[in-house]
Design a binder for this molecule. Structure first.
Ligand code: NFS
Length: 657
């Protein structure tokens, strides 16, 4: 029997379309391009040209004598460094953009959230006083930029973490000095003939990951909020049905919101609209994909067309005039797909060119003109449409839960806090919290683990926060609506209804996982739930991960004290010793641990067991699923059994067919 590729019926429909149009997708390529079993388990070393050395069977050592543990640890550390480099480079770009905005050299941009600017300035030690917002922003940008090249001391944002957590880092010597320094050091240590002790290598991997979570990503989130606005709840739609038959469809894909923001700002420009009309279109429809999509979704309610595995399929609709990409998670396959459709692939980052794509380099100093020229190219392409097929699936959602807004929801402007949430956890209405994030991976059925885990956790009164492609999966399944309370356990349901939040909170793109760190820190310092992130009844999960960035996020969550579970397969599967070092070993050191568990139902079980164990350690009420069932209007009798976890989602209520 053919393996199930996806649980999203719109994707099933588009896979048939793609086949008909002979468009290759990652779903097909994953069948043909089988992963190398040695590399997949982390047992291949190609860090020098005496190899690659494949440590399997009787081969226990590389040419240099490297053991399996060293090879595995080195590979994992390098992946984490690559992830940290990518996310942090995004943060660097945001710092540079803020400086350009402050200097008046980035027309079309302004400082939208002055309150946040002042808050961030205070964190970064920038004098606020009676200074203009531009002056403050200039210093904030410069201090943020300085974090990248810093050689000594420690990252400023570390002090956002609970005091106890900071102590853990200092004691272990893993408090990062500067972002670039730790990434460069990871590359150095993993170079041939350098660091050769698995435990030591893996400890630096944690340092390196912290530069992302409490450095580059946090900078990216904060500065994006300053320039583009801090998200507040907004209603929006998702899936292929957000593409329009009668308008020029432009898909924004990648990670950086700068150009994307300009495109959204100028799309209603009368001159652009008139130009679209002159080519027979009724307007221009901007939709997002992956994390650039999430940035636009949260701040403007721009629809999101799909997650990571849907990029070629979106082109296969024949309805996309242009796919505008910046960097990260862009499949090279989109160019081949575009050749079979009429789509123009436009690369925009000075760091990224793709053979066969059109390169229009973005420069914030002249951004408006560049954005207009990109829209004109898309409009010019509208008359070239042929063979359009847009699956009739569109879902509703409410998104935009920044940590600031979550605090505001719990007390208003004057009394914002995390008290109600902490009290609900202490009383057992909320059993615990889960951050569920990350990608899709064609080696596991698309969105299946994501949806299964979320449904099971909210049914068990676990509050879920989410970002990235995980969040897009939930949006397409109708899990980001207040109506999803129907699936939530009685206690969680009571709390969400009282505060006015859905049980699954979309907090943004993957760099916005830094928002989750801030929420965890606030919960830990609010009182009643210990005094460190490691004390909280909380877990982090990446059910369908594929990216080095995901590994880095997992590692910084661990270093922050979180139990992290990844689905799919383990990149250190060949070495039980290394698997032990990153689970038990890391737990002894930092309180968090990293485990790989391909069975999503086991992920749920392990998560709940961990949450309950943490509750016990905190000496708060044991969780009792029936305790609040009597006071809530909820009747748990209609819980869906495991086997039916995806019924009642795609099949019944979430789609506006
Ligand atoms: Ni995150 Fe965003 Fe998606 Fe995975 Fe890629 S888009 S930064 S890495 S695939 S969640």
């Amino acid at each position: 029997m053919e393996r199930r590729k996806t649980i999203d019926p719109s994707v099933v429909e588009m896979l048939a379309q793609a086949k008909e149009k002979e468009i290759s997708t990652p779903f097909d390529r994953a069948e043909v391009t089988k992963p190398c079993p040695i590399g997949r388990e982390g047992a291949c070393c190609k860090h020098c040209f005496m190899g690659p050395c494949r440590l399997v069977g009787k081969t226990l050592k590389g040419v240099c004598g490297a053991t399996l543990e060293t090879v595995e640890a080195r590979n994992l550390a390098r992946s984490i460094a690559a992830g940290a480099a990518a996310h942090s480079d995004h943060g660097r770009n945001m710092a540079l953009t803020l400086i350009a905005v402050a200097e008046g050299k980035a027309p079309g941009f302004q400082i939208k959230d002055e309150k946040k600017l002042r808050r961030v300035a205070a964190y970064l030690g920038v004098n606020v006083g009676e200074r203009s917002k531009e002056d403050i922003a200039l210093d904030v940008g410069k201090v943020a930029l300085g974090e990248f090249g810093k050689q000594e001391g420690e990252l400023i944002y570390l002090k956002r973490a609970p005091a106890k957590r900071q102590e853990v880092w200092r004691k272990l010597g893993i408090a990062p000095r500067g972002i670039d320094r730790e990434v460069a050091e990871a590359m150095h240590r993993t170079c041939m003939g350098c660091d050769q002790d698995a435990e030591h290598l893996l400890l630096h991997a944690l340092t390196c990951s912290l530069t992302d979570g409490w450095g580059g990503s946090m900078i990216a989130t904060d500065i994006s909020d300053i320039i583009f606005g801090t998200p507040v709840p907004v209603a929006a739609t998702s899936n292929f049905g957000t593409l329009k038959h009668d308008e020029v469809n432009v898909v924004i894909h990648g990670h950086e919101p700068v150009l994307a923001e300009l495109l959204v700002a100028i799309v209603s420009d009368p001159e652009i609209q008139a130009y679209a009309k002159s080519k027979g279109a009724n307007g221009i429809n901007i939709v997002g994909m992956c994390c650039s999509g999430n940035e636009l979704l949260l701040r403007h309610g721009v629809p999101v067309v799909g997650n990571f595995l849907q990029q070629e399929l979106t082109i296969a609709t024949g309805a996309v005039e242009a796919m505008v990409v910046d960097y990260q998670c862009i499949m090279q396959g989109i160019v081949a797909a575009a050749e079979k459709a009429h789509t123009k692939i436009i690369t925009t980052s000075p760091k990224v060119k793709i053979t066969g794509a059109t390169h229009v380099e973005f420069d914030e100093h002249n951004g408006v003109e560049i954005a207009k020229s990109i829209l004109r190219m898309a409009i010019d392409n509208f008359p070239n449409r042929k063979n359009v097929h847009i699956p009739d699936y569109m879902d509703r959602m409410v998104v935009g839960f920044s940590h600031e807004y979550i605090a505001y929801m719990q007390g208003g402007v004057y009394r914002e806090s995390f008290r109600p949430l902490n009290d609900a956890v202490i009383a057992g209405r909320i059993r615990g919290a889960a951050g569920i994030v990350g990608c899709n991976n064609p080696h596991t059925p698309h969105d299946e683990a994501h949806i299964g885990i979320v449904k099971e956790l909210i049914r068990n009164d676990v509050l879920v926060v989410t970002t990235g492609c995980a969040a897009v999966a939930y949006s397409k399944a109708g899990l980001l609506t207040p109506e999803v309370m129907e699936y939530a356990g009685p206690g969680l349901r009571e709390v969400c209804a009282a505060i006015g939040i859905p049980p699954v909170l979309h907090m943004g793109s993957c760099v916005d996982n830094s928002r989750i760190l801030t929420v965890l820190s606030q919960m830990a310092t609010e009182g009643g739930l210990g005094d460190d992130i490691a004390d909280l009844p909380a877990v982090g999960i990446a059910p369908e991960w594929m990216s080095e960035k995901a590994l880095c996020i997992g590692a910084y969550a661990v270093a922050s004290g979180v139990y992290v579970l990844f689905g799919v397969d383990s990149p250190v599967a060949a070495s039980p010793k290394v698997a032990d070092l990153i689970s038990k070993g890391w737990e002894e050191k930092v309180g968090g641990k990293l485990e790989f568990e391909p069975d999503w139902k086991k992920i749920v079980e392990k998560s709940l067991a961990h949450i309950d164990a943490k509750r016990k350690a905190l000496k708060i009420a044991d969780y009792d699923p029936m305790r609040f069932a009597r006071s809530a209007t909820y009747l748990p009798a209609d819980y869906l059994p495991y086997e039916d976890y995806d019924k009642g989602l795609y099949s019944v209520k979430s789609h506006s067919r």
